[in-house]
Design a protein around this ligand. Structure first.
Ligand code: ADP
Ligand code: TRP
Length: 336
């Protein structure tokens, strides 16, 4: 059949295990990636970028804990390991060999311009410190390791948040540099940035982010969820006064609601529902959405040997692709 000869597009993305996932991560990254994995036109590879996290996580308990948390989150949110190649970056030694080879075709100037590094230098200059104060080579080389993740697996499309756009540009620049020096080897990857959600605001109205402590965490217990929802900042309108739907609470409610539920809540806002009542109904909606996933999450977190098994199986499949690419790379550079 002709369709068998049509190459599927390869989709790859990674998440750093650096904290507790929240509903911004879910709607901005995890859910879209899982939806894509259900499309027969794509081959999906999703991984835990654990060695990228070394830059932030400096103790072994947290390193192990957050790796399991991110893995259990993907699985609880519906990732099917039979459909997706699901693995841990550090289980692929090929990534780190390619990382070194790529470093040698990467202009230092390219990395000098990377946003995360530049932001640290600028902060140092503002505070009167040495420009390189507190900056390690892990931060500086971060984009090369990310390029190795992507290029090794011949990825066509990489779903990421807006903040990762520059890293994809750097990965393409590195691929072009290698292809120019040694001959065509790497596919040029494209970023895939979700336009629908944009950036979800957090409890205080700023971007929801682990770094601001303003998140609604995905799988904490019901009480914590209730408390987090109660902290969503609203105006001081009294019950009975019409409320504006252009607010964080309504935006968060809408993410979990059907069109019908959204229309009903909009009407309640116009009719002056009290903030307390609106929050209570938001809690009930989110909790009923999350409960079955939370159960799965808790199951995986108390059976981490299952996670180990799934990731080991995934690493085997990923290494089959990785060793193929690395073989070609070694030939091109002249390694015997
Ligand atoms: P955080 O800012 O909480 O540290 P990360 O940088 O680890 O989150 O992001 C992991 C993924 O989740 C990225 O693809 C990112 O774009 C997405 N993401 C994070 N916060 C949000 C948000 N508030 N709204 C939408 N997507 C988000
Ligand atoms: N840098 C990404 C982030 O902070 C994580 C990541 C590492 C990644 N390697 C990747 C994302 C490869 C996509 C592809 O969110």
């Amino acid at each position: 059949m002709l369709s068998e000869f049509i190459m599927k597009e390869r989709i790859l993305t990674g998440i750093k295990p650096t904290g507790i996932p929240h509903i911004g991560n879910y709607f901005g990254a995890i859910k879209p990636a899982i939806d894509m994995s259900k499309n027969e036109n794509y081959d999906c590879l999703y991984f835990i970028a654990d060695y990228h996290a070394l830059n932030i996580i400096k103790n072994k308990e947290d390193f192990e804990k957050y790796t399991y948390i991110i893995a259990a989150t993907w699985l609880a949110c519906g990732l099917d390991p039979n459909k997706v190649i699901f693995y841990k970056q550090s289980d692929l030694p090929e990534v780190f060999e390619l990382n070194w080879i790529l470093s040698n075709v990467t202009a230092k100037g390219l990395l000098n311009r990377a946003h995360a590094y530049k932001a640290c230098v600028e902060k140092n200059l503002e505070t009167g410190n040495d420009p390189d104060y507190g900056i390690n080579m892990g931060l500086y080389n971060y984009p090369v390791l990310m390029a190795a993740d992507i290029l090794l697996m011949n990825s066509n499309k990489v779903p990421v948040g807006q903040d990762q756009k520059q890293h994809l540009e750097i990965a393409r620049d590195i691929a072009i540099a290698f292809n120019n020096i040694y001959g065509k080897c790497f596919v040029l990857p494209q970023d895939l940035i979700s336009e629908t959600l944009g950036t979800l605001p957090g409890l205080d109205g700023r971007k929801m982010s682990k770094s601001y402590g303003n998140t609604i965490t995905l799988f904490d217990d019901e009480n914590t969820l209730k408390k987090q929802i109660n902290r969503i900042v609203t105006d001081s309108k009294m019950p009975g006064e019409p409320k504006d739907t252009n607010c964080t609470l309504f935006q968060i409610y809408s993410l979990f609601a059907s069109d019908e539920q959204k229309a009903e809540m909009k009407e309640k806002f116009e009719n002056g529902i009290g903030w307390g009542e609106a929050k209570k109904q938001t809690f009930e909606l989110i909790n009923s959405y999350i409960s079955p996933m939370r159960e799965k999450y808790n199951y995986y977190m108390s059976n981490t040997q299952l996670i180990d098994q799934i990731l080991q199986d995934g690493a085997k499949k990923a290494r089959a692709i990785a060793s193929d690419t690395l073989e070609r790379v070694r030939k091109l550079i002249g390694k015997k």
